[in-house]
Design a protein around this ligand. Structure first.
Ligand SMILES: Nc1ncnc2c1ncn2[C@@H]1O[C@H](COP(=O)(O)OP(=O)(O)O)[C@@H](O)[C@H]1O
Ligand SMILES: [Mg+2]
Length: 445
């Protein structure tokens, strides 16, 4: 623009003004409605560039919590947004811990120079282990015991598909206490130690529960056998020992590929175990700002115990310098998990109230009423969401809303392209279908 190049010419007197004032002399300039510090996300369709950083917004008093929810139908760009957001945040020294249930983060990891941590049961070529009870060195003995019980309750709840009974909870507490080495309190017990202590309770544990060792073992047998699944059963080899030294805690991106159990009932159990291990990392050094990405978060939210655990983790996020970022297709699944006033629905509402950044892609018309009600969207916001295309979302950041077209740079295309995988799957499917047709033709002739 001539006016601006004239300003840059030698000898020109530079003048700074806000975009709001410049609008009066040049109407083509829009107000920068977004917050100027943070990573570039894309275009604010009613303004200029849209940038975002939860910690900057928190420091500026525009957010009271850093957590984020990304919501929308399949294929509209949720994962692409999350991957590029993480990728761009790493430049600012942030660390990302990601749960990747579908195994989609390979290209992102490669771009960041790290390898994904692929968790597989022993029988399926596993090898890497995490100890979900390894909490780093934060807190005193009692605090750690309570934290471990919180984690174990979530893992058992996910596995049993129901909350623990008071007897089971007490037995778990006593077994975890017994499994914790007294002389080396810096050493974490393993799940194997806890299962052993549950199956064979000590006389001290029985005394503390005012019962016999046999009665205590019987009361907690379901819990013991369910946890045993992770130690000696079909899920063994991932969480039954010390954390593998090969897992680099200091890497900018630590992404856990859980695709070995995607689509099975074991997914929430693994997500809870890895999520629990994240807690130890977060407690270790709160000065690093971390993004914890929970893709397919419904798997954690659809179970009362894991949802409770997640709610408590969200509450800790601020003090740990962490942003929890959950990705969901729709909120109706969560509402269906219980009656309108059930504990689970109340938990989900609580989680949403602890999430001040909501990114909403288009929703099916049947899902809009629930989304609208749970997120308390106004008429205009609800109407806007129903007509959005791929890559465009309504961002609600604190009390303000923005309509943003997410931008993917040419260098980032490869880390976002899930269509390519879909095309490959479709080709493989067609090839298989083709051979089936030939075979059946052969039989007919
Ligand atoms: N803002 C965007 N611009 C262009 N292409 C996009 C954009 N967002 C997503 N895509 C493409 O759309 C496809 C589906 O996106 P994805 O993030 O996997 O969807 P979702 O996670 O919502 O199912 C990907 O191949 C991705 O590259
Ligand atoms: Mg996705």
């Amino acid at each position: 623009m001539p006016a601006l190049s004239a300003l840059r010419s030698p000898g020109a007197v530079l003048h700074r003004a806000t975009t709001a004032h410049l609008q009066s002399v040049y109407p083509g300039i829009c107000e920068g409605r977004g917050f100027s510090r943070g990573v570039y996300i894309g275009r604010d369709l009613h303004g200029g560039s849209f940038t975002y950083d939860p910690w900057e917004l928190y420091n500026a008093g525009l957010l009271t919590n850093p957590n984020m929810l990304v919501l929308g139908q399949l294929g509209l760009g949720k994962s692409a947004l999350v991957k590029t957001y993480v990728y761009r945040q790493l430049v600012f020294g942030r660390q990302a811990l990601m749960l990747d249930p579908k195994g989609e983060n390979g290209a992102l990891c490669a771009a960041c120079g790290v390898s994904p941590v692929v968790l597989r049961p022993d029988g399926e070529g596993g090898g890497l282990r995490l100890n979900p009870l390894d909490l780093g060195l934060a807190g005193d003995l009692h605090t750690r015991l309570m934290e471990r019980i919180r984690i174990l309750s979530a893992v058992c709840g996910a596995s049993l598909g129901r909350p623990l009974t008071p007897e089971e909870r007490l037995a778990l507490e006593l077994a975890t206490d017994d499994a914790t080495p007294r002389s080396r309190w810096d050493i974490a017990p393993t799940l194997r130690d806890v299962v052993e202590a549950l199956l064979h309770p000590s006389s001290g544990a029985a005394e503390a529960a005012s019962t016999t060792q046999d009665a205590l073992a019987a009361a907690s047998r379901s819990v013991a056998l369910d946890l045993r699944r992770l130690v000696d059963g079909d899920l063994c080899g991932m969480f039954d020992g010390e954390t593998s030294a090969a897992i680099d805690l200091a890497a900018p991106l630590v992404s856990f590929d859980l695709s070995a159990v995607y689509g099975s009932t074991a997914l929430p159990i693994l997500m809870a175990c890895v999520g629990a291990w994240f807690q130890g990392v977060l407690a270790g050094d709160p000065s690093t700002k971390r993004i914890v990405v929970l893709d397919e978060a419904w798997a954690l939210l659809s179970n009362l115990e894991t949802a409770q655990w997640l709610r408590a983790s969200y509450k800790l996020a601020r003090s740990q310098g962490a942003q929890y970022l959950a990705v969901l297709h729709r909120l109706t699944d969560l509402q269906a998990a219980g009656s309108a006033d059930s504990a689970q629905v109340r938990l989900v509402r609580g989680l949403i109230s602890d999430t001040e950044t909501v990114v909403c892609y288009a929703q099916h018309s049947g899902e809009l009423p629930a989304t609208r009600e749970l997120l308390q969207l106004n008429d205009e916001e609800a109407r806007t969401i129903s007509g959005l295309g791929r890559g465009v979302a309504l961002w609600r950041v604190g009390s303000r809303s923005y309509l943003v077209r997410h931008w993917i740079s040419p260098q980032e295309q490869a880390i976002c392209d899930t269509d390519q995988r879909m095309r490959e799957n479709l080709r493989e499917f067609r090839e298989t279908q083709g051979s089936t047709v030939v075979n059946s033709g052969d039989r007919m002739s």
